[in-house]
Design a binder for this molecule. Structure first.
Ligand code: NAP
Length: 255
């Protein structure tokens, strides 16, 4: 129960890693605000959390839109009075194409959501956390924030960028009680990967087996395995941890 009386915003909280993490925060006592594009799925998560006896609200949000962040922070503070944790998780996979063929529109969109969206989120909540004298932010990067992956130029650039933003902001606010870390998951069994990504390829079974073997543990990760690390980073247990990029990748990046 590390998050009793804490207020947590989870972007992209309607699906996959965000959904699992939102439920895990609620299970440890937090009031949770789901900030996602997908309103129906957000309301489902809110219902699940309320069924468990915790407070939750969905605030429809496009993380690439500054006005949405203003509304999200305003609504969160109006309803719950404070913001203790931001999990800056929402992201998209983008196109699959070699660098010289990558569609410009897709490139801009990936950067707008995965990278600028993370900065907009920090910009929106940090003043509130400064006023409180405390806060924790966990930014979503990826193993592709640490290493390259062919055919994923925009995604890989965005996730490397998230680590840069994380380090700079961590430096700037460390002395003000705000810790800012990033997580770098390997391939995780979520709709992004299993429904829209690898699983729709004609040779999906073969590709999934190959990708599993890129992780020394020999399998994909589960959303809950990322959630547990996010909760640790957001909790007081991680009080001396800031500016870190934490791989949760079954060993993918140690080779
Ligand atoms: P997911 O299942 O697709 O969930 C992402 C959620 O974010 C969806 O509900 C999506 O809504 C929402 N979303 C998309 N664009 C948004 C926007 N502009 N504003 C607000 N919400 C938005 O994906 P996931 O696999 O859980 O991924 C979550 C994060 O983890 C992403 O940043 C991803 O890059 C990162 N990550 C994933 C993996 C993996 O293997 N799954 C590995 C490393 C890092 P819609 O469904 O309506 O688009």
């Amino acid at each position: 129960m590390r998050f009793v009386e804490k207020v947590v915003i989870v972007t992209g909280g309607a699906s996959g890693i965000g959904r699992s993490t939102a439920l895990a925060f609620a299970d440890e006592g937090a009031s949770v605000v789901i900030a996602d594009l997908n309103q129906r799925a957000s309301e489902d998560v809110v219902r699940l959390i309320r069924d468990r006896g915790r407070a939750a609200t969905a605030v429809p949000t496009d993380v690439s839109q500054p006005h949405d962040w203003t509304r999200l922070v305003g609504e969160t503070v109006r309803l719950y009075g404070r913001i203790d944790v931001l999990f800056n998780n929402a992201g998209i996979e983008g196109a699959t194409a070699a660098t010289a063929d990558y569609p410009e529109e897709a490139f801009d969109r990936v950067l707008a959501i995965n990278l600028k969206g993370v900065w907009l989120g920090m910009r929106a909540v940090i003043p509130r956390m400064l006023a409180q004298g405390k806060g924790a932010i966990v930014n979503m990067s990826s193993i592709l924030g640490l290493v390259g992956f062919a055919s994923a130029a925009a995604y890989t650039a965005s996730k490397h960028g998230v680590l840069g933003l994380t380090k700079v902001a961590a430096l700037e606010y460390a002395a003000h009680g705000i810790r800012i870390n990033a997580v770098c998951p390997g391939f995780i069994r979520t709709p992004m990967v299993m429904e829209r990504g690898l699983a729709h390829l004609p040779n999906a079974r073969e590709v999934l087996a190959q990708v599993s073997q890129l992780h020394p543990v020999g399998r994909f990760g589960e959303p809950d395995e990322v959630a547990r690390a996010v909760l640790f980073l957001a909790s007081d247990e991680a009080s001396f941890l800031t500016g870190a990029a934490v791989p949760i990748d079954g060993g993918y990046t140690i080779r």
